[in-house]
Write a new protein. Structure first.
Length: 451
């Protein structure tokens, strides 16, 4: 990175950033209070609130959102007449999954092979630290040239929509000229990237019932309708022979136009086993950024250990459907539910319940803010030109903000590049990326204020 005062300040702050990220990662802030104590999330929220107050933010508040979680808000005034920029991140995290599969404890930030490991290190507690680093660097080099609003969500990973509904009920709170969502990531370490599209998502729980109770498979098997077998048939109907998603009535979308994704590189990033084929057709970018994708997230059925020779009376599954820009998530939900109903065999009773939903998003990359970010990234990443990529994941808040503030420019950056393994075991963040993106964000705020 070329020497400049902002970069030098960020570099000097990196030891403090590591300490702070370790403190934040230590909170088991999974916003599923059936699995993890509410106090862990509340502790993380207070940590963020205290950090904002220490940086001089005003009106710092823990917002009780309708889903029972807390988001953290603060306002840092800039020069009179300056533009307003909203900085977003979330402090809640995914469950650690099998903690024994982690090389080091998931809630203990650990340095290994040049990366910092811990749940939320990249997604998205690292995003909170990135915003703080950028603001501190500007304060040390002449001051922050814009008004800054900061919002840290407490339930993004659960998709329960608390902050979206709170924002709709308080439409002035998050109003800004530009919004920087710090919950995306570079296409690859060292390649500066803004995310221009997000797939939306719907989650549906399906239950199939066939009998009043389980039956002995020897006495009744062969004629008694097996609910688990019926569920397997239904789930199989959601995929074509090549693995493409096939939901009745869900039309194909336009091909991806932008950064390409080499198939061999994708196999490495996804850690696909040798000899196992990728699913679907078309380019990798088409499949993960521009097309619907169904995933069976879980199945309730007897585990192998302890299973008895029984015909199952009931079975259920949780299904996720990712939908690309151009597809309405609410309509996709209806189509998915209708498909599940239509493909349930043997007259079995089937019920579906929508669990969560978020609309897809497409940014306006022709806006002045994107040029300001491109210029900033060219300094933070010498010799590299800013790239545009899609992301298969969902950030439902983006569409809420775009609807509430149609004139606002929305940029998505962040620390969740492929090596970060977000949502998986051994999640990590590259400290070099944290440093470079903090510099880029600081320079962006300066460029944007002057544009």
């Amino acid at each position: 990175m070329s020497s400049n005062p902002v970069a030098e300040t960020v570099a000097a702050l990196m030891p403090r950033a590591r300490t702070e990220l370790a403190e934040l990662v230590a909170f088991k802030s999974v916003a599923d209070f059936d699995q993890f104590p509410r106090s862990e999330s509340e502790g993380a929220a207070r940590w963020v609130a205290d950090a904002l107050a220490a940086e001089g933010f005003q009106d710092v508040a823990l917002l009780d959102t309708p889903d029972g979680t807390q988001s953290v808000y603060g306002f840092l005034p800039g020069p009179e007449g300056a533009r307003t920029v909203l900085l977003y991140a979330h402090y809640d995290v995914q469950p650690p999954l099998d903690e024994s599969a982690w090389a080091t404890p998931p809630f203990e930030l650990t340095e290994r092979d040049g990366r910092w490991y811990g749940r939320g290190a990249a997604d998205c507690k690292g995003g909170v630290i990135m915003h703080l680093l950028a603001l501190r660097a500007l304060k040390a080099d002449g001051g922050i040239p814009v008004h800054v609003k900061f919002i840290a969500e407490g339930s993004e990973e659960q998709g329960t929509g608390g902050l979206e509904r709170y924002a709709e009920e308080h439409p002035d709170l998050l109003a800004a000229d530009t919004i920087v969502i710090g919950d995306a990531g570079n296409f690859r370490v060292g390649l500066p990237t803004v995310t221009s599209t997000l797939r939306g998502m719907t989650m549906v729980r399906v239950q199939i019932d066939t009998l009043e109770g389980n039956l002995h498979s020897g006495q009744f098997g062969g004629a008694a309708p097996d609910a688990l077998a019926a569920l397997i048939r239904v789930l199989d109907s959601l995929r074509a022979e090549d693995g493409s998603t096939t939901v009745d009535g869900l039309a194909p979308t336009t091909p991806w136009e932008g950064l390409s994704y080499d198939e061999e590189q994708f196999r490495q990033d996804a850690k696909v086993l040798d000899g196992v084929r990728l699913t679907g057709s078309g380019s990798v970018a088409d499949r993960i950024w521009a097309r619907p994708a169904v995933t069976v997230l879980g199945i309730d059925c007897p585990p192998v250990v302890g299973a008895t020779p029984s015909v199952q009376a009931s079975a259920r599954a949780l299904i996720s459907l990712r939908v690309p820009p151009g597809v309405d998530a609410a309509e996709a939900t209806k189509l998915l539910q209708a498909h599940l109903q239509a493909h349930t065999p043997w007259g079995a009773r089937v019920s579906t319940e929508q669990i969560g939903q978020g609309q897809p998003f497409r940014a306006d990359t022709s806006s002045p803010a994107y040029q300001a970010m491109a210029d900033a990234m060219a300094v933070a990443y010498p010799g590299q030109e800013m790239q545009y990529a899609g992301q298969g994941g969902s950030i439902p808040l983006c569409n809420t903000l775009a609807s509430l503030y149609p004139r606002a420019e929305i940029l998505l950056i962040g620390l969740s590049e492929p090596e970060a393994q977000i949502h998986a075991v051994n999640e990590s963040v590259s400290p070099a990326e944290l440093e470079r993106l903090s510099v880029a964000e600081a320079l962006f705020l300066r460029n944007y204020a002057a544009s």
